[in-house]
Write a protein that binds this ligand. Structure first.
Ligand code: UDP
Ligand code: MG
Length: 319
């Protein structure tokens, strides 16, 4: 655990970086300019999530330009955005910890507004991308996920996916005590926060490079979100199963009585086939869902390290 001395900065900005070579210089330039105007002490923590481009070289150069402000961690391979943030949180020393994406979709200039809100007494302040510059497919999947997450977690938010967020030190300390290997940081933070607020923030097109979330990664993330925070999906399946079983029983009784009154039905064979398929499908779905939870239990039981740090700049940042 990093020790917190009097000289530790007030603000820590944690940024996951995966193949963002085009964006890093401008990102750091705008961050340093914005954070300097706050009059607070600050540090920028970049976590290179196993980039294959020149991101790490650029971070090294930027560290040489801003040795007092920029620190960086490099993973030895790609572990995912949220694990990178976990690593940043372990290293962060600030009283206020801000997360931000490296692609400049959320402008760093919004950070002082978030901090001001936090200082009003909130535990976490989330950004809410009112007008979002992403593909229609992304917007639709986010819309559904935000609704589902609000319902499942009981914390109503417009935008669970926006990573421009500010957290109090206490919340980050709580997150640092979590040992699950995959998680979704905004939802995890909410589970520890008492006062939560969202403020609208600007959102732009990605500056350089392209989105790191393809369809597979996106499904994975949404699954993490659903299964990592509730057993709601499995309850739905259980309830449906019970309902269908009762309906099936009712139907069986009806067919039995019909047989006594009208005689046996022959033509109905195919209807039964159709019903059977519905049952089989549902059973498979239920089984898959159970498998998902079992798989997750297995992964947690193994307790593998969440990530492996290869190099670091600016002191010992690991735990
Ligand atoms: N990112 C990461 N590891 C990954 C994928 C993404 O560290 O495996 C970082 C990425 O560099 C960026 C942030 O997470 O800073 C968000 O990624 P991206 O902008 O591609 O997501 P989108 O805006 O499309 O949701
Ligand atoms: Mg982005």
């Amino acid at each position: 655990m990093p020790s917190r001395h009097e000289d530790s900065p007030y603000i820590s900005v944690v940024i996951p970086v995966y193949n963002e070579e085009d964006n890093l210089p401008e990102l750091v330039r705008r961050l340093v300019r914005t954070l300097s105007t706050t009059g607070r002490t600050f540090e920028i923590l970049m976590v290179d999530d196993g980039s294959q481009d020149r991101s790490w070289e650029i971070l090294t150069e930027l560290h040489e330009q801003h040795p007092e402000h920029l620190r960086a961690i490099q993973f030895n391979r790609n572990f995912g955005q949220h694990r990178a943030i976990f690593a940043g949180f372990q290293a962060a020393r600030g009283q206020v910890v801000v997360t931000l994406d490296a692609d400049l979709q959320n402008p760093p200039e919004e950070i002082p507004r978030l901090i001001a809100k936090l200082e009003e007494g909130y535990d976490t302040v989330g950004g809410w991308r009112e007008t979002r510059h992403d593909s229609i497919f992304r917007k639709l999947s986010s819309f559904i996920m935000n609704r589902v997450m609000s319902w499942v977690t009981g914390v109503r938010l417009h935008d669970y996916g926006c990573m421009l967020r500010a957290y109090r030190r206490e919340i980050v300390d709580s997150i640092n005590q979590c040992h699950e290997s995959t998680s979704f940081i905004p939802a995890l933070a909410n589970s520890f926060a008492h006062r939560i607020i969202e403020i609208p923030v600007r959102h732009a097109e990605r500056q350089g490079g392209k989105s790191k979330y393809g369809i597979r990664k996106l499904i994975r993330l949404n699954f993490d979100l659903m299964t990592g925070f509730s057993h709601f999906p499995i309850h739905v399946v259980g309830f449906l199963g019970l309902l269908i079983a009762l309906a099936g029983l009712g139907f069986g009784i009806y067919l039995f009585i019909r047989r006594l009154v009208v005689g046996p039905e022959v033509e109905g064979v195919f209807t039964l086939f159709a019903i059977l398929f519905v049952f089989t499908g549902l059973q498979m779905f239920g089984l898959a869902l159970i498998g998902e939870y079992v798989g997750r239990i297995y992964r947690e039981v193994r307790q593998r390290p969440r990530y492996v740090i290869r190099q670091q700049l600016g002191g010992d940042l690991g735990q």
